[in-house]
Design a binder for this molecule. Structure first.
Ligand code: GPU
Length: 820
């Protein structure tokens, strides 16, 4: 019912033969001795036989279609999650492979469980890139994802005595069966050195004389389309030394220093920086960014040049999408190639370059807007800083000065350079100036990009800034993570929703159908039971599926306000202690979140959640009315377990701070009701689902701005609210940390003396009230189930397929290439 059988020559018999053949000839094992992990690898290799053929067909077909325009998605992060089940579903082979493995005495679930999460991203930005790759290939658009082949992905999180501890994530350890090293496409990338001027006839030319090279080796991961033959490529660059070691030094007995270059080069793609939404200014990070861009731009040009002698028409065959400013150095890199290597004059080069780039902005947070010290760029990329200078000079003198003659303030604000000590390069300004389109990721966010972040750019280039609201792939975030619900939907409206999520609207009429409602409720209950079992097995906490499963899962950040959630939990706890008969439905508060290793307050909040959890969970006086669960090591795989089990989706960022959010979409689709502020895509979610089927609370962007402008005084809120005062005081004492009094006071301190930059206290009362409404609403079971089903039915807009069609229509202008 769920899958249309695709024309594939793979039968159960053939799959069995293939899996056993790989056990024996690829993996040097056999069906009698193979470990589960070996079985898993053999299964992947059997799938690859189909996948790699289709990848070649897709590549060839794109060339045959006159080199149809390809989008190159440049991103420092691709948070793809496990691929085994995803590939099985997309290939339409789930049932056959289950049967094949079954007949070989193996269990498909156990085998897919052998895969480690490739967690090559931090959070929303990296996961969005992965959803977009899934949609692009499923919609049959030519696309290449370009990223880095980190040896270590995002750290694994452990919790020790309540505190986050970080462990290395060696995700590929002894290899990863879905990737293939394409050494024939390796490239050498220049670095450091100086710039020379020389004459070619009468024309003065420049050339970069680098003092070092790095080798970029591509690893390709196939991206399998759903119910289509198309397979696109995710190409991840690994950095290696050009020379393995220094033979001279080696022969003189200096073994360690002979290896120095190798070790240094390999450090470039050793590890993903774990900082979400904060810039770092580290030389190695700049080199990572440049390394990705240089390898990818060179690769794109090489592909183009197989069919065209010049780069004049590069924008006809390619567009490069910058996933935030992280790969913005690609702009001066392409300019350098056009000017210095191709000998194209500036104006023409700029026209070509500008038509190739588009930039997605993912944040308004000032600390996340990247800047690099001019001196650092000048040292690492001496030619690029000259080009950036020239871009800036021409922009200020020819564009800004024309529009606002003599307006010094505009020049200061729009310059790519931020004056000061040290002088900095503003990557966002470079990206806006160097791109033909710039987009925000939700309606509200794009409005704010236009009105607050780049108002002058919007005035200068009125058609440049556009909105593309984010989306999530329904294949992973409904079909794969919630197979029972997917099955139920398909049984009633047919399976087409998987490729056109707007068809979920057809579910609406079943929201009052007794049988459907009961089945929907049974599925939610079963999903809750599965999560409850996991919680019991991993944390030894008993939770009842009768309780409301209230979920906040995302990176830990002050602006996301996990501490607002915590203050509410403390408030309920106090009420229960004061009155054991306090009337509330039982609740399980579920958190999962990683904190950047250097973000002290974020780690303190994790510690506080765990300490509060320990006290509350073991307090028999409250009879299990509240349970607090912090699930360690949040990942794509863990999200796939939690999301289908959620009743409530906490989306409580300070209005204006969350660009979009995408967990809000995943949770809503799976029937959780949103408890959220009017921020990011929450606004559009509430619009789609209807205010009566969500719990919207708190200050709006305008109210936040007005409050800040009038001089926000957090103490006033404490003075006016005894409950708030009491729970903030709790954090300062020893209630939850008897061995270390005051250990949680940093949180209280940030809220009071620290000025409460994210207005937690200002929104507290409204949040507690919204929570009370929600509690009441949950107890009307019929009405709640109705709202829940309407959430599934009305969120079809938030498919990444729709986002991709928006990008194609408004920015990329791609044609589909169908593989037959
Ligand atoms: N986002 Br910038 C990240 O996850 N990491 C970043 O470095 C930056 C943005 C997120 C936004 O916070 C989130 O609101 C958005 O939904 C997501 O990008 C995808 O656009």
């Amino acid at each position: 019912m769920l899958t249309k059988e695709k024309p594939t020559s793979l039968s159960v018999e053939k799959l069995k033969l293939s899996i056993v053949r790989h056990l024996r000839t690829t993996l040097a094992s056999n069906e009698h001795v193979a470990s589960q992990n070996t079985w898993w690898q053999a299964t992947c290799f059997a799938l690859n036989e189909e996948i790699f053929e289709n990848a070649w067909s897709t590549f060839k077909q794109t060339r045959l279609d006159h080199c149809a325009r390809t989008v190159n998605y440049l991103s420092l992060e691709f948070l793809i999650g496990r691929l085994t089940t995803n590939n099985l579903i997309n290939l339409g082979l789930e049932d056959k492979v289950r049967q094949a493995l079954n007949e070989l005495g193996q269990d498909i679930n156990a085998i897919s469980g052998e895969e480690r999460d490739p967690s090559l991203g931090n959070g929303g930005l990296g996961r969005l890139a992965a959803c977009f790759m899934d949609s692009l290939v499923t919609l049959e658009y030519p696309a290449v994802g370009y990223g880095l082949h980190y040896q270590y992905g995002l750290f694994r999180q452990g919790i020790k005595n309540g505190e986050q501890v970080e462990y290395p994530d060696n995700w590929r350890d002894y290899g990863y069966p879905f990737e293939v090293c394409r050494s024939s496409f390796a490239l050498d990338i220049p670095l450091y050195g100086h710039v020379e001027t020389y004459y070619q006839g009468d024309t003065m030319r420049k050339r970069w004389v680098p003092s070092q090279y790095l080798r970029g080796v591509p690893w390709d991961i196939p991206v399998v389309g759903f119910e289509v033959k198309n397979v696109n490529t995710l190409r991840l660059w690994e950095c290696r030394a050009v020379n393995e070691f220094d033979l001279n030094q080696f022969n003189q007995g200096c073994f360690a220093s002979a290896l120095h270059e190798k070790v240094k080069a390999e450090s470039v793609t050793q590890v993903l920086y774990p900082n979400d939404e904060s810039e770092m200014g580290k030389e190695l990070r700049l080199i990572q960014q440049y390394f990705l861009c240089a390898c990818s731009v060179r690769d794109i040009i090489n592909r183009h040049k197989e069919h065209f002698a010049s780069l004049d028409n590069l924008c006809d065959t390619n567009v490069m999408q910058l996933n935030d400013t992280h790969p913005a150095i690609a702009i001066p890199e392409l300019m350098r190639i056009l000017l210095d290597e191709e000998g194209i004059e500036w104006d023409k080069a700029w026209k070509i370059s500008q038509r190739c780039f588009a930039y997605t902005n993912h944040t308004l947070l000032p600390e996340a807007l990247e800047t690099w010290p001019v001196d650092l760029i000048a040292k690492v990329l001496p030619r690029h800083i000259e080009i950036i200078n020239e871009i800036n000079y021409l922009f200020l003198s020819q564009v800004v000065e024309k529009q606002w003659p003599g307006d010094q303030e505009k020049l200061i604000k729009l310059s790519i350079f931020e004056e000061g000590y040290p002088r900095q390069v503003r990557m966002a300004n470079l990206s806006v100036i160097g791109s033909y389109k710039v987009n925000g990721v939700a309606k509200l966010h794009t409005q704010l990009v236009k009105s607050d972040l780049f108002p002058e750019f919007d005035a200068l280039f009125p058609d440049r800034l556009v909105n593309v609201t984010n989306g999530v792939t329904p294949r992973r975030w409904l079909r794969q993570c919630n197979p029972a619900l997917a099955q139920l939907i398909s049984a009633n409206i047919g399976p087409q929703w998987q490729k056109d999520l707007s068809l979920l609207a057809g579910v609406e009429k079943y929201a009052t159908d007794k049988k459907f409602v009961q089945q929907y409720a049974d599925i939610k209950l079963a999903n809750k039971q599965k999560l409850a079992n996991y919680i019991k097995d991993n944390l030894a906490i008993d939770v009842s599926t009768e309780a409301i499963f209230d979920v906040q899962i995302k990176r830990l950040h002050e602006y996301k306000r996990q501490h607002l959630n915590l203050l509410h939990i403390l408030t309920l706890y106090r009420r229960l202690l004061a009155d054991p008969n306090y009337d509330m439905h039982s609740r399980v508060f579920i958190f999962a979140a990683k904190a950047a290793p250097g973000y002290r307050l974020a780690k303190d909040i994790i510690y506080a959640i765990n300490k509060v959890a320990a006290v509350i969970n073991s307090d028999e006086r409250i009879k299990g009315k509240i349970k607090v669960v912090f699930l360690p090591d949040y990942s794509v795989t863990l999200a796939e377990l939690i999301i289908p089990a959620a009743d409530v989706s906490e989306q409580i960022s300070t209005a204006g701070k969350e660009a979009s959010g995408t967990g809000n979409m995943k949770l809503g689709l799976n029937g959780a009701l949103t408890l959220g502020t009017l921020d990011g895509a929450n606004v559009e979610i509430a619009e789609e689902v209807g205010d009566e089927h969500a719990f919207i609370f708190g200050l709006t962007v305008d109210q936040v701005n007005a409050l800040k402008a009038s001089g926000y005084r957090p103490q006033d809120y404490i003075a006016q609210n005894d409950e708030l005062k009491a729970v903030v005081d709790w954090l300062c004492g020893d209630k939850f940390t008897p061995e270390e009094p005051g250990r949680l006071s940093s949180i209280a301190h940030s809220l009071v003396q620290g000025g409460d930059p994210y207005l937690v206290l200002a929104d507290f009362a409204a949040y507690v009230e919204a929570q009370a409404q929600l509690d009441k609403a949950y107890r009307n079971r019929t009405a709640w189930l109705h709202s829940t089903i309407l959430n599934t039915a009305r969120l079809g807009k938030f498919s990444s397929d729709r986002s991709i069609e928006d990008y194609v229509r408004d920015i990329w202008h791609l044609k589909k290439v169908s593989v037959k």
